[in-house]
Design a binder for this molecule. Sequence first.
Ligand code: DHE
Length: 520
Amino acid sequence: MKRVTNCSAALALFLFSLSSAATDGPNGRAAAALYKKYCAECHHADRLGAMGPALLPQNLKRLKKGDAFDVIANGSPATQMPAFRDRLGETEIRSLVNYIYTPLKQMPEWGMKQMAATHIVHHDVELLPDKPVFSADLQNLFIVVELGDHHATLLDGDTFTPIHRFPTRVALHGGPKYSNNGRYVFFASRDGWISKFDIYNLKYVAEIRAGINTRNVAVTPDGHYVMVANYLPHTLTLLDGRDLSPIEVIPVTDANGRSSRVSAVYTAEPRGSFIAALKDIAEVWEIGYSGTDCSSHPGRGAASDPSLPRRKGCFPVRRIHLDDYLDDFFLNQEYSLIIGTSREGSSQVVDLDKGKVVHKLDLTGMPHLGSGITWQYQGLTVLATPNIKEGVVSVIDMTTWKTIKRIETLGPGFFMRSHENTPYAWVDVFFGPDKDAMQVIDKRTLRIVKTLRPEPGKTSAHVEFTKDGAYALVSIWDMDGAVIVYDARTLKEIKRIPMRKPSGKYNVSNKLKRSRGTSH
Ligand code: DHE
C-alpha cells in the first residue's frame, strides 16, 4: 500500500495567512525587518519555532520581558542561541522584545484535520518481511543521528561499519525511540514531523506532522502507541504506532483553563503509562495506555489486541500537582520517582505512586537531569548529573537526597553516559574553551581519571556504549566530524568513522533494556 498525501498546499496557505499578521506601524515594520534578518532562520519566519523555540506570547509566559532582553543580548546557556549585543543596539533589542510579545493576528491551528492532511503511509508493515535484509547482531545496532546534513546511519555495533545511511526530516531532536524488540525506530523533528522507520527492511513506514513546534516522542515497547510532546500548539498528540495515524489531540490545560507547553514525554513501561512534564503549569501528567479498567473500550483494549482499531477517549490523564514547574527531569530506574528542576533553580523529588512531592534537593546551577545516570557506590544508589551552567558533576545519594560529591570538570557539560559493565562514566565539556575535552570519571572513587581530546579544537560530545559496555562511542560535532570508538577499558581509540555532525547515537539493547548508564 502506498498513500502519499500532499500537505504542502494547505501548509503554504496557512503560513501565508500568518505572515500577513506582522506588527503594524513603522516601528513594528522595523522590528519585523530585524526579526527577519537575525531571528527567522532559527525561530521560523512566523515565529512558530524551528531549530529554536516558537516566539509567541503564549510560549513566553514564564519569561519576563527584561529576561528576554538579556537572552537576546547575551545568548542562552545550553542552547544554540548566540549573543547579539555586538550586532544590535539597546533600542533594537527592545523593539525585538516587543515584537516577539505581540500576538499573531491569527493563531495557527494544528488539530486532527491538519495532522491528517500531512499523514504519509509509505508501506503497509503487514506486507513487509519480519526478517532483516542484512546480517548483524540486531541488539547491538546503533542509530546515529547526523544533524549536519539531516541523515541517520544504522551502524553495526560489532564491526563498527555503517549498514545503511538514509535522509531524515530537518533538525531531529531528542533520542529516537525503538519498539518491537528493535525492529522499528521513531524520530521526532523540531518542526513536528514524526517518522517511523523499519530497521529490518531499511524503509520508512509512515510519517505525520504531529505538531508545529515539537519537543520529543515516546513509544510503547509493543509499538502500539506513540505520544508526542509539543510546544506549539499546547498539546500532547496520541498516534497509532502501526501507521502513525492520529488517535487524539490532548489539550494541555490546568483546571482553570491555563494552557502549557509540554517539556517532554516519556514511556514508563513498568507503569504502563506515559509521563509528561509541563512547562507552564506546576503539574506532571501520567497517561495510562495499558490499564484493564478500560479494556471493554477499543481505545484501551487495542493494547492487548493489535487488530482492534485505536479510538480516542480512553487515555485518562492523572494530574500530579507540584510545588514548582519541571523544566528538566529524570525518572528513576523503577519509574516510581521523578527528580526535577525548574529553570529558577528549585529541585524536587516527586513520588508518582503517592502523587506528591516527597523531597527537596540542594542542587545549584542548572543540573542537566535529563542526562543523569545512576550506579551503585559504596552500597548506595547514586544519581549523577552534569550541569549546564557550571563545570561540575553532582553526585546525589538517592536515599537521603543529599549531594555527596561535586566533581569539578573543565566546563559545563551536556551529556553523561556509562554502562553496567564499565567502572567509568563519561561526561562532555560542551561549553567553553575546553569543548573538545571528554572527561572520564571512575564511578568507584568519584574522581576524574582521564581527560581525552578526541579531536583538538572540535566539540566532542555524547557517549553511548555497545551492548556489552566494552566500547564507548564519542561524537565529534562538526560537519567534518566522526564517531570515534574507544576501548572502554583501556580508553584507547579503536576506530574513527567519518560522519556529518553526529549529534547522538543510540544502542538498541541499552535503550530497550533501560540500561542505568543511558537515557530511555
Ligand atoms: Fe536537547 C534530548 C531538551 C538543546 C541535543 N533534549 C533532549 C531531551 C529533552 C531536551 C527534553 C529528551 C528528549 C528525548 O530524548 O526523548 N535540549 C533540550 C532543551 O530544553 C534545550 C536546552 C533547548 C532547546 O533548544 O530545546 C536543548 N539539545 C539541545 C541542543 O542544543 C542540542 C545539543 C543540539 C540539538 O540537537 O538541538 C541537543 N537533546 C540533544 C540530544 C538528545 C537530546 C542529542 C538525545 C540525548 C540522548 O542520548 O537521549
